[in-house]
Ligand binder design. Structure first.
Ligand code: IPD
Ligand code: CA
Ligand code: CA
Length: 275
């Protein structure tokens, strides 16, 4: 049985570990040019792999030392006990392409599912000194400020986050952009799905659509969006936890408008497996 105090302790742990991992990530980020020269023939991707792995090892060790019976799913190291009631779902660095190119849009994302439902979220962005965090039923915050989704009722009232993954193809992306622009909307892609999700919760973006996202990109953010009064699609349906699904989060006033632009694949079951 998971008691309320256990949730409180896990919430405090998620925030602490996310912030410390982000602080360590900043060390790699600030030295990325030196590391590129020193390691593996100067390939930029290798630096990210090293930072990714080191941060994930740190996060997994901290979480499981405190709660050894919990499950774990991380982008880099795979899973431990996916059937546990409390399952941590983490991305040590979300925004790899930004990280490696010196763009300040990357973060550490730590989510926890309770009985299969996103329950705790902590997203640490060290470049902007922002910690987005929340617990289902207890609200969501950026640092100490409560998060609230936008009150907009039409896509033309703000910006929509978007993203796609090359293996997914463009058939669900380019037509969507055409429809969005046709309605007077505008898009933004900052390179971090976790941060764009947090920005929906914060009311900075009206919504965020990605043709195929992974669970570690959004397990934390889904808690924040729900607590901020936003809506999300049935992202975890089927084998979404392990293989991802199309993804939409949005403020309540534009959710249906954007879902219609995406079409039936949003909550359909015909997701193409990644190559
Ligand atoms: C990626 C980012 C990006 C999204 C990709 C993700 P990574 O994660 O969230 O915004 O468009 O689908 O894979 O590779 O930077 O951890
Ligand atoms: Ca990611
Ligand atoms: Ca990642």
């Amino acid at each position: 049985m998971t008691h309320a105090t256990d949730i409180d302790a896990r919430y405090a742990l998620a925030k602490r570990v996310a912030q410390e991992a982000a602080r360590r990530g900043m060390g790699y980020y600030q030295q990325r040019d030196d590391l590129i020269v020193e390691h593996k023939g100067g390939h930029r991707q290798d630096v990210v792999s090293m930072a990714d792995r080191a941060l994930e090892d740190y996060i997994r060790a901290e979480l499981l030392a405190a709660f050894p019976d919990d499950g774990f799913l991380g982008e880099e190291s795979g899973s431990i006990d996916l059937d546990a009631r409390c399952l941590w779902v983490i991305d040590p660095i979300d925004g790899t392409a930004c990280f490696v190119n010196g763009l300040h849009n990357w973060c550490v994302s730590i989510g926890m599912l309770l009985d299969g439902v996103p329950h705790i979220g902590a997203i640490a962005d060290p470049n902007h000194n922002e910690l987005f965090h929340g617990v289902r039923g207890q609200g969501a915050f950026v640092n100490d400020r409560p998060l609230r989704a936008s009150e907009a009722t039409h896509v033309r009232e703000g910006l929509l986050g978007v993203g796609t993954f090359y293996a997914r193809g463009t058939e669900h992306f380019i037509p969507f952009l055409t429809r969005l622009l046709g309605e007077g909307g505008m898009f933004l892609r900052n390179g971090s799905g976790a941060l764009m999700t947090a920005y929906v919760a914060a009311g900075r973006l009206l919504g965020y659509y990605e043709t195929l996202l992974k669970s570690w990109d959004c397990a934390a953010g889904l808690v924040l969006v729900a607590e901020a009064g936003g809506r999300s699609n049935n992202f975890l349906r089927g084998d979404g936890l392990l293989h991802g699904n199309p993804y939409l989060v949005a403020c309540p006033g534009v959710y249906d408008q954007v879902a219609e632009m995406i079409g039936p694949m949003l909550d359909g079951d015909q997701v193409t497996p990644l190559q």
